[in-house]
Design a protein around this ligand. Structure first.
Ligand code: GDP
Ligand code: MG
Length: 140
């Protein structure tokens, strides 16, 4: 197995409900190390660019509005198979379909306000990490 890095975002529904620490405890309890982290306010331009891959989807405008509705915590998680591991720890996009132990099953409000983002491939993880972090901000 390879040590990987993945990009995580704790979304505005979770920062609003003061869940950052509880979510980070789930990452750490599953062997994912938080090697970079910052709390930021996304702009419409930044959120729109980050989710550009979804721009033809019907939920795109709502998603961008949601992502700028409050602060987010952007993070780099590191660990064995971190990309897939984080997707497992997050659970399915729709919290109603997520397994009980996952972050989304425990904390998400809806399919949109689903508490966390995680990169879905190693290639996307590299691009998404570079979108938010300079190399000097990542401290393993
Ligand atoms: P993820 O990789 O599990 O985060 O899911 P996607 O990449 O497919 O979608 C990105 C984000 O868009 C999701 O995490 C949700 O916040 C939102 N989203 C996905 N599907 C829907 C939907 O059907 N309706 C709404 N309102 N939002 C959605
Ligand atoms: Mg996705």
């Amino acid at each position: 197995m390879a040590v990987e890095r993945t990009l995580s975002i704790i979304k505005p529904d979770a920062t609003r409900r003061n869940l950052t620490g509880k979510i980070n405890a789930v990452f750490e309890g599953n062997g994912l190390r938080i090697v970079a982290q910052k709390r930021i306010q996304l702009t419409k331009a930044t959120a729109g660019a980050f989710y550009e891959v979804h721009k033809e989807r019907p939920f795109y405008n709502d998603l961008v509005s949601f992502m700028i509705s409050g602060p987010v915590v952007v993070q780099v998680l590191e660990g064995e198979n971190a990309v897939l591991k984080n997707r497992e720890v997050m659970g399915a996009t729709d919290p109603k379909k997520a397994e009980a132990h996952t972050i989304r099953a425990q904390f998400a409000e809806s399919i949109e306000a689903n508490s966390v983002h995680g990169s879905d491939s190693l290639e996307n993880a590299k691009n998404e990490i570079a979108f938010f972090f300079a190399g000097t901000e990542i401290l393993p």
